[in-house]
Design a protein around this ligand. Sequence first.
Ligand code: UDP
Ligand code: MG
Length: 337
Amino acid sequence: MSSGLVSARTGEENGAILGIVPDVSVVVPVRDEVESLPLLLEAIASCLNANQLTYEIICIDDGSSDGSAQWLKEQAQIRNDLKAVILRRNYGQTAAMAAGFNYALGKIIVTLDADLQNDPADIPILLAKLAEGYDLVSGWRHKRQDAALSRLLPSKIANWLIGIITGVKLHDYGCSLKAYRAEVLADMNLYGELHRFLPALAYIEGARITEIPVRHHPRRFGQSKYGLSRTFRVMMDLLTISFMKKFLTKPMHVFGLLGLISMVLGTIIGIYLTFLKLAWGQMIGNRPLLILGVLLLVTGVQLFCFGLLAELLMRTYHESQGRPIYRVREVVAKNIK
Ligand code: UDP
Ligand code: MG
């Protein structure tokens, strides 16, 4: 395809041009990984060739500034197995992966990181597990090579929380190395840091999921793009998908319910005190009960309104997801003219 601004095309249109359906599409989000890319592509290619699988590698450049995009474009003009999808700017790993899914034609889609922390040699192990009848196999970095305090601990807590809230318990949601039957990814609305929740999202759509230990290497080149702040974003995403996907049974209703209970209690106390005053002429000032009654009534009304607003907001948010979360600048592949 020639350069210039093009909008993202659907995988189907793309397939019509390419005309083949590979066994596996390997989707790799790339941001400033130019040193790793040559080694990565060779590792993927040699592993899949050795297993006699037809494949395509889709590298999505997510606003790199180190020449990754240029390198990928050049390679995509030489190699038959590479599609370079260049995004207009940095949209984040989830959006980059969503772009990759859109261009992937394979029956099976494998995702992994570009930084060589995931090992392409594990791909056949994931595929073998899929062949046992699973729809999604998630890697578990049981010997994860990242900083303990800033990465391992927060992610342990996050995995535990995600497991509790979604009911889908995995050791390592954050592991990028995953394999999916392509149909599992159809119609998935991704945003924020949501790619890591795919196993839980797929599970509620009826997918059979499992996890399997995989290798993990220390970063060889460059730096991780993430720190603690991502854990916070992940938690916010967990909160919102919990609401929208109703993992928690209508959690926003909790506010409405709390508010209602509070309001009712406050009103009962109010009526009781009014009764004391009017029927018996008792003084009702200076009573802790009065303060409690007023407090309950006020917080009750506020919580109830808050619950209502939150529910409305969630719905609006959900509906606004129609807009694309990334824009494609250019797609380069030898087979696409
Ligand atoms: N990445 C991306 N866009 C971003 C940040 C990261 O596409 O905005 C890619 C990055 O190039 C790598 C993967 O996402 O292939 C994971 O990023 P990183 O290795 O920095 O995360 P970590 O392994 O430390 O969790
Ligand atoms: Mg990494």
